[in-house]
Ligand binder design. Structure first.
Ligand SMILES: [Mn+2]
Length: 334
């Protein structure tokens, strides 16, 4: 650490549960790390961060993620380990950044049958489905909680783990731009850099390595964006045909919602993604006034007040009609 200042103390909520989680780690040479489906930088960064910090302690921790794992995370150190080894049976499982067990997708049965589940998350809608729950809703990312856990355990953070946890924070704060960019998040990021995280590589991977097909697809989305209520409602849909014609896959549309969220007077942004003719994924972004998580919950989804989403098993036109009716009702009231 050289002349670096001392590390900030972990949050009280983490200190309270860290000894119980350590008992689980201590007793088991093999553990499992499970991400949520449609894996993002936070869930992957958290899982890979913990796995690569525990390995030097003599632990084995396979990392699994529901398929397909988006290709956008190629730059995370250790990404090649994801799904390399199957989840061992009968071992404790850590689940990261998942509001409920169902979010783990194809690993739901494994999570249900595991002897111990450690639920590490920061979503307000978290169902506290774990045997042990490390749920802190004011954390900007689950990775911040993993970092606090490592500090509480007084374990060193190897550079690869530090980069992964840094990437968790960087991606869930939208590159330190979202409202969750707290002093604690910035301090954790700085401390991770002091411990060997590579901020330039993480920024390049996250913000400067999009395939050209992503831009072609975003161009289509932007061309078809609707503005209602004096720009307070901004919404668009990406159709299967748009994906095919731009050469993109549906996970490449994930960043497009942030484009819609750049309009000055926007209060609610909605992006509909047609995954198949009867499956629509919906992303929601809001500012202060509208609770995106509450809106998503109407349709069986969840998330945060300013960023939420849901899946709807119906044709695109029907999903648009139902969600827009609820959105317009909210905008008419406020
Ligand atoms: Mn997260």
């Amino acid at each position: 650490m050289g002349s670096s200042p001392p590390l900030s103390p972990p949050r009280g909520e983490v200190l309270a549960v860290a000894p119980a989680i350590w008992k689980v780690v201590e007793r088991h040479p093999v553990l499992g790390a499970v991400t949520h489906k449609d894996a993002d930088g936070d869930t992957l960064g958290s899982a890979l961060g913990l796995a690569q910090a525990l390995e030097p302690q003599g632990k084995r921790m396979p990392v699994v993620s529901s398929r397909p794992v988006p290709g956008a995370w190629w730059f995370l150190p250790g990404i090649e380990r994801v799904n390399r080894d199957p989840l061992p049976e009968g071992v404790p499982l850590f689940v990261f950044d998942s509001t409920d067990a169902e979010r783990t997708g194809e690993h739901l049965d494994a999570v249900r049958e595991a002897p111990v589940v450690v639920n590490v998350d920061h979503h307000v809608t978290n169902a506290r489905f774990g045997t042990l729950n490390l749920v802190v809703t004011d954390a900007a990312s689950a990775g911040e909680l993993v970092y606090d856990l490592l500090k509480a355990w007084q374990l060193p953070v190897p550079p690869a783990a530090a980069s992964c946890l840094y990437a968790s924070i960087l991606s869930d704060t939208g590159g330190f731009r979202h409202d969750n960019t707290s002093e604690r998040a910035l301090r954790a990021a700085a401390e991770l850099v002091a411990q060997g995280a590579d901020p330039a590589l993480m920024a390049r991977g996250l913000f400067k390595s999009r395939p050209s097909s992503t831009l072609r697809m975003q161009a289509r989305i932007l061309q078809q964006t609707h503005f209602e209520y004096d720009d307070r409602l901004v919404w668009a849909a990406i159709r299967l045909s748009d994906l095919v014609e731009s050469g993109a896959t549906v996970d490449q549309a994930d960043g497009a919602i942030d484009q819609l969220n750049t309009v000055r007077d926007q209060e609610l942004a909605i992006l509909f993604k047609e995954v198949s003719p009867r499956l629509i994924k919906v992303s929601l972004r809001s500012r202060d006034r509208i609770d995106a998580a509450a809106l998503a919950a109407l349709f069986g989804g969840g998330g945060h007040r300013r960023a939420a989403g849901m899946e709807m098993a119906m044709p695109l036109a029907q999903a648009e009609a139902e969600v827009l009716a609820a959105a317009r009702a909210r905008l008419s009231q406020s």
